[in-house]
Structures are given as C-alpha cells and as structure tokens.
Design a protein around this ligand. Structure first.
Ligand code: UGA
Length: 429
C-alpha cells in the first residue's frame, strides 16, 4: 500500500517507520527543510530507542521517503494520516490550526479515492470540519472517506508499543475505508475495535484522562499515607493486586507531565464544558497533579528549613526516563519554584539537558550526575533513569555537602539510605 504521514513527531515518525518496515511505501511530509534534509540522511529530531536504525533501514530499502512537497505523495496514496501536533491554547482547548492548514493542502492534492485518517488527538467532531474543508478544496473527480485512528504509543517504548499495542482503534462510517485500514494493520497481531469517528476520538481522550486520574489517585493516597503513617507504596501495591484495579500507572511521584496527559485532560475538561457538562473529577485530577509537583519543593524546604542560598542538585529533567522530551516536565515548575525561593540549582539529565537549556534559565547544567551532586546541600531525584539507579549512594553521600535527599520517584530504599547517613524522604512513605 502507499501511505502518507503529515507530521514527523513521535506519532508520525514512529508509525511511518513501522508501516514502511511492514513493506508499504511510505511518504512523510514535513514543513521545515532542515528537518526533512536531516531525516533523509537518517538524522532524527527526537531521542527514541531503535528509531534511528528503523528509519535508516527503511530509507535505504527505498520504502520510506521524506519530503516537503505534497505532490509526489498525496495523489498516489491509498491512505493519508494526519499526525501533526495539537498543543493546548491558553484556554485549555486543543489548537487545531495546523490540522486545518494541512487538510487544506491535502484537499488540493487528492486524486482518485483516498482514506484520510486522523492520528493526532483531536476533540470529538473535528472530523466534521475536516470533511467540510476537503469537500471545498478537492477536485471534482477526487473522492475520500474520513477515519479516526488514535495512537496509544508511549515515548521511550514507542516502537514496541506500535508493533504490539493493546488494541487498534479504527473509527469510520465507511465500509470501504474500514477495509483499507484493517488491511494496513494486518501485520499487527492485536484486537481491533471498529467503530464510528466520534467514538474513536473519545476513546483516546477517555483513556489518557483515565490514566492521569489513576496517577493523581495514587498521588493523593501517597499524601494521605504520609500524613497517617501508612506505607503508601504498600497501600498502592495492595490495591494493584486486585486485577480490576491493576498496578499500572499507580506509581506516585512528582506528578504526570509530557505532551499528552496534561494537554488531553485539559482538552477533555474544555470539550465537556462546551457540551454543558462540568467534568469536576478531571479538574480535581489536575489540581492534585499540581499539588504533587509542588509537594517536592515543600519537602525540600521543610528538610533544610529554608532554601535561600542553598545548593540543590537535581538528577533528572525529562518528564519520564528514556526520552529527551521536556514538554510539561514537572522539573520545569519545580526548578522555577526553587529559584523563586532563593535556591541555586545544578541539574543533570542523561538526554534532556540540551532541550532543557532552551526552557529553563538561571541554573547550572551539569555534565554528569556526579557533577550535579557535588557540593549540593540537598539532592532531588526527579526522573527515574536507570543510570541513577546504578549510582552508588555511598559515593553520592561523599560528594554532597549536605545529607538531605528527596527521592520523587522512590528509586532508593529508605532504610539503606538512612543507614548511609542520609536524611531521606520519598513519596508516600
Ligand atoms: C501517554 C500514554 O501512556 C500513551 O498511551 C499515549 O499514546 C500518549 O500519552 C499520547 O497520547 O500520545 P506518554 O505521555 O509518552 O504516553 O508517557 P507515559 O508513560 O504515559 O507517562 C506520562 C507521565 O505520567 C510521565 O510524567 C510519568 O512520569 C507519569 N507517570 C506514569 C506517573 O507519575 N506514574 C505512573 O505510574 C505512570
């Protein structure tokens, strides 16, 4: 099959490379010359394990093409996937301007019959607007059907998530489009849910918001456990053993971040409001998340009495391990608050320092974990990279000036840390 992806972010690039690897001819259309030139050489703009190799392999095999031009791709494609960003506006609604811009261009280039499928996360009913634009722009003899095929991959495990997802969701009102999309997804062995467009769009928002709700629930239970003297991690472990609940996305910490959960929770609140429903549960999920982020600073301040003039060593800046993504990373809010309270900050992340330096000002970026820890009055562990788990806490103790540690991802054993002479505090215990 011939497939085009508009957009080469996590979703577009990973899915395009995987479909090319299945033997399809895949075009990826971008709008920045430098990025497209780099992609042609196999230089990818994101850090994702195994992706550069998969892209290079399929470019070399002549199955994966990168272009700025819609002309060689769209008229010959069986399916066009829209995979551009939908960042939040100040109001919390998703910004759909890029979607509508690219849809206009797709419309102008349609030829014969094409399935136009949305992979970007868009509010319910966006597809109606897409249909209007395509109808207006397309040539008379071109025809199309619309579909929604939301993506569930996670950064850091994007390729394996795409190859073995829990489910594939195909939403369309056309039998012909359904057939084409089922055929494309055949090499993926999983359950397929076939439904209409609105339902598919809603499945994506409902899933991400539910996972965010689980995390906020875990953070609330962790806080309550700290206050009552219960062991929050044991409480959550005990809850997770009930397979109606399960233990996934039940780890408390410095709150959820990234380019999806914060944006999608906000967007679902906005969508609800638009339809006259106040989704109060999700407003509370957001509030608890912000509280969990700020709680890390409060713990640090409590341990040192004041943060004024203190040196804070930070390990981990990315919103989660195995990515260099800093979008909505809890570390950004935490560092801003530390600086406001007069602290000096030295931070290290195995992959995200370069990106972080464009978002965070007024701190020192260390070249190694050792350097970040050296001379620190307090250490904050914000992202659970394996590199940090491998460090010897005894050595950390020797390098630090102080002995306070806030372990926001519970990677260390509290009693061992205390034995080594640390004043240690985690989340929920
Ligand atoms: C999330 C979803 O998990 C994917 O299914 C979805 O496709 C994606 O959003 C998207 O909409 O594109 P992602 O944002 O890459 O994926 O990362 P997650 O692994 O879900 O982590 C999100 C945040 O939750 C991170 O900040 C992480 O630290 C936090 N988290 C996760 C916790 O605090 N506790 C947990 O138990 C799990």
């Amino acid at each position: 099959m011939k497939v085009t992806f508009i957009g080469h972010g996590y979703v577009g690039l990973v899915t395009a490379a995987v479909f090319a690897d299945f033997g399809n001819t895949v075009y990826v259309i971008g709008h920045t010359k430098e990025k497209i030139d780099n992609l042609k050489k196999g230089i990818i703009p994101i850090f994702e394990s195994g992706l550069a190799e998969l892209v290079r392999k399929n470019v070399d095999a002549g199955r994966l093409h990168f272009t700025l031009d819609y002309t060689p791709a769209i008229p010959h494609s069986d399916i066009v996937f829209i995979a551009v960003g939908t960042p939040p506006l100040a109001t919390g609604e998703a910004d759909l301007s890029t979607i509508f811009e690219v849809v206009e261009k797709i419309g102008k280039h349609l030829s014969g019959y094409t399935v136009v499928a949305t992979k970007s996360t868009v509010p319910v009913r966006t597809n109606r607007k897409i249909r209007e634009i395509l109808d207006k722009e397309k040539k008379k003899d071109a025809s199309f059907d619309l579909a929604s095929t939301p993506e569930f991959l996670r950064e850091g495990t994007a390729i394996s998530d795409t190859l073995a997802p829990d489910r594939v969701v195909i939403g369309t009102d056309s039998e012909r489009a359904q057939k084409v999309l089922v055929e494309l997804h055949k090499p993926i062995e999983t359950q397929i849910i076939l439904t209409n467009i609105e339902t598919a769009e809603m499945i994506k928002y409902a899933s991400n918001s539910f996972l965010a709700t689980k995390i906020s629930y875990a953070n609330a239970i962790a806080k309550l456990s700290e206050l009552t003297g219960a062991d929050g991690l044991k409480v959550l472990e005990g809850m997770g053993m009930d397979n109606r609940i399960n233990n996934k996305f039940l780890s408390p910490g410095a709150g959820y971040g990234g380019s999806c959960f914060p944006k999608d929770v906000q967007a679902l609140i906005s969508i609800s409001r638009e339809y006259g429903y106040d989704f109060g549960l999700l407003r509370e999920v957001e509030r608890i998340n912000q509280e969990a982020i700020m709680d890390i600073v409060q713990k640090a301040e409590k341990m040192l009495s004041t943060l004024e003039g203190k040196t804070v060593g930070i390990l981990g800046l990315a919103f989660k391990p195995n990515t260099d993504d800093m979008r909505d990373a809890p570390s950004i809010d935490i560092i801003r608050e530390l600086l406001d309270r007069g602290a000096k900050v030295k931070a290290y992340d195995p992959e995200a320092v370069k990106v972080a330096a464009t978002k965070i000002k007024g701190i020192e970026f260390a070249k190694s974990a050792r350097e970040a820890v050296e001379g620190a009055d307090i250490l904050l562990l914000l992202t659970e990279w394996n590199d940090f788990r491998k460090m010897d806490p005894g050595e950390i103790k020797k390098l630090m000036r102080g002995k306070a540690v806030v372990d926001a991802r519970n990677i260390w054993d509290p009693s061992e840390m205390r034995k080594l002479g640390f004043e240690y505090i985690g989340v929920g215990r």
